[in-house]
Design a binder for this molecule. Structure first.
Ligand SMILES: Cc1ncc(COP(=O)(O)O)c(C=O)c1O
Length: 519
């Protein structure tokens, strides 16, 4: 498995060196913390076996195909890429097409114009060269323009770092040899101050349940994760008194808490924070000198009439704080939203409220892997600066976007209704992101049966579900569910037809499971 991780993650020679450097720690983390990757999901070996069985012996299983509700990976499940994005990407990769007579009949004028602008702004005038470690300036400018239009507050391209997906940005901000943040939100740098690694006294507040890249990266780099509980019975709300309790406990133990991770909209929990709640968080972090690490990768996935996405930076600016009062790093990704381009590895982080010296150091750390990939950089600029009203591609772009978004919305509501109707399952409304995290209240005999098999009840349930129906979900322990609770994470990525078709199978399985272990 360790080998598998290296093979799938090595994208360049430098990345390989970096990973080898961390071999010992990596092995430790791998065995203790990283369970979110598909290849280490505890049901994944069964998944592979069943997929092989379907291919080699069709008709031998009680189902015809696997329903992949375990992954946040839309395109392999049938989601079509956005045409404008792909047109621009292909023209940028094949710039000779720009001068061919037939090109205007094959590509939209908008895409041709955008590709030409991008190519002209590339240092090597093609997509085959290294770029600045921070990302190409014109593309950062496009991202900054998109942020300004979204938030109504200015964004500076010098505050933007384009990255290989949000993951690379998160790892950079939670890593050793990189940042040490002072109690007052002004970052100090360990590496450049003769302190070579984050120590276990350096801590970061993380939600629980969480998207586990945070705990994995913090542990990998020798720091400490301080979990704070989201309140399940209150729609996975984020209560400041709970965060304060965890902060005080951590400080009493001698930890230096440097930052607070907030995932909004939530993965795996699907909640969207209210603006009042965000204001409380901003005020709390300012007062306590914590940097906000705002994971906003699902900002374009909102399914609520009453809730709206607000970036933490916008909330902080609306409160009229001096920019230097609070450091915020916001992460975004081209993997989510209606774009769903997870394989392109596009993303950015916007760093606000830090000095030029800190940005210089971030630049140095980013330069360890030379530069983010160019397709990801271009895609991220397109996500943040798509066709506008009046552009030739606007209507078709908008139609594609709406189609995908309304389909997510329908799937979310269908699954929500199904989970809420099932015995022994409580499930919060999904307001955003791409997942449900229903809680299972299983009979004690089921819990004993799981114990007898040497697995936790969530794994026991998920395995049984997969074996009986072909429906793949992720056991809640992969997201550090609160102890004593049992959850599964179910993604809404299979298309509407597949979701409709799986619900009777899910309900029949669940009823039979509950009956089997009832007494
Ligand atoms: C909450 C959250 N943060 C970060 C990421 C990483 O995104 P990327 O694919 O851009 O690395 C994901 C991916 O699923 C996510 O759900």
């Amino acid at each position: 498995m360790y080998k598998g991780y290296l093979l799938s993650d090595i994208r360049s020679f430098r990345n390989a060196i970096y990973l080898l450097w961390h071999r010992t720690t990596l092995h430790h983390v791998y065995s203790t913390s990283i369970t979110h990757q598909a290849n280490v999901n505890p049901v994944s070996s069964i998944l592979q076996r069943l997929q092989q069985e379907i291919e080699e012996n069709p008709g031998s299983l009680p189902f015809q195909e696997i329903t992949y509700c375990n992954l946040g990976n839309p395109q392999p499940l049938g989601q079509r890429p956005i045409t404008f994005f792909r047109e621009v990407l292909s023209l940028c990769d094949n710039p000779t097409l720009l001068d061919r007579d037939e090109t205007p009949s094959l590509f939209s004028t908008c895409a041709i114009k955008r590709a030409r602008m991008i190519i002209d702004s590339l240092p090597s005038k093609n997509t085959g060269g290294y770029t600045s470690s921070q990302g190409i300036r014109s593309l950062r400018q496009a991202v900054a323009d998109g942020i300004s239009a979204r938030d109504g507050f200015p964004s500076d391209p010098d505050d933007i770092f384009l990255t290989d997906g949000a993951s690379a940005a998160v790892i950079l901000c939670t890593s050793d040899n990189t940042l040490h943040m002072s109690m007052h939100g002004t970052w100090k740098w360990a590496y450049f101050q003769n302190k070579t690694a984050m120590s276990s006294e350096d801590a970061i507040l993380c939600p629980l349940p969480e998207y586990p890249i945070y705990s994995a990266s913090i542990i990998l780099h020798g720091g400490t994760r301080v979990p704070y509980n989201l309140t399940e019975h209150d729609g996975w709300g984020l209560e400041i008194f709970e965060v304060k309790r965890c902060l005080e406990e951590a400080r009493a133990l001698g930890l230096t808490v440097r930052a607070m991770v907030v995932i909004n909209p939530g993965n795996p929990t699907g909640q969207v924070l209210s603006i009042t709640n965000q204001e409380e968080i901003v005020e709390f972090c300012r007062k306590e000198g914590l940097v906000i690490l705002a994971d906003e990768v699902c900002q374009d996935n909102i399914y609520s009439e009453n809730k709206k996405f607000n970036s933490f930076k916008k909330v902080a600016r609306s409160l009229d704080y001096d920019e230097n009062d609070l450091s915020i790093v916001s992460f975004h990704s081209s993997s989510m939203g209606f774009y769903g381009e997870s394989g392109r590895r596009g993303g950015y982080m916007e760093i606000s409220g830090v000095g030029a010296d800190v940005k210089d150091q971030i630049y140095k750390v980013a330069s360890v892997t030379i530069c983010p990939n160019i397709a990801g950089q271009i895609l991220t600029s397109l996500v943040m600066d798509p066709p506008k009203l009046g552009d030739e591609s606007f209507e078709s772009f908008q139609a594609e976007k709406e189609k995908i978004h309304s389909s997510f919305w329908k799937r979310a509501k269908t699954l929500e209704k199904a989970f809420q109707s099932m015995e022994g399952i409580s499930c919060n409304k999904i307001e955003g992101a791409l997942y449900f995290f229903p809680r299972l209240h299983l009979p004690s005999r089921a819990i004993k049966a799981a114990k007898a098999e040497g697995v936790s009840p969530d794994i026991f349930y998920a395995r049984r579900l997969l074996d009986a129906t072909g429906i793949a979900v992720v056991p809640g322990s992969g997201f550090h569910q609160a102890s004593g609770t049992i959850h599964i994470r179910c993604a809404i990525h299979p298309d509407e037809e597949k979701i409709e078709a799986m619900i009777p199978r899910l309900k029949t399985f669940h009823e039979a499971f509950m009956n089997e272990f009832r007494h």
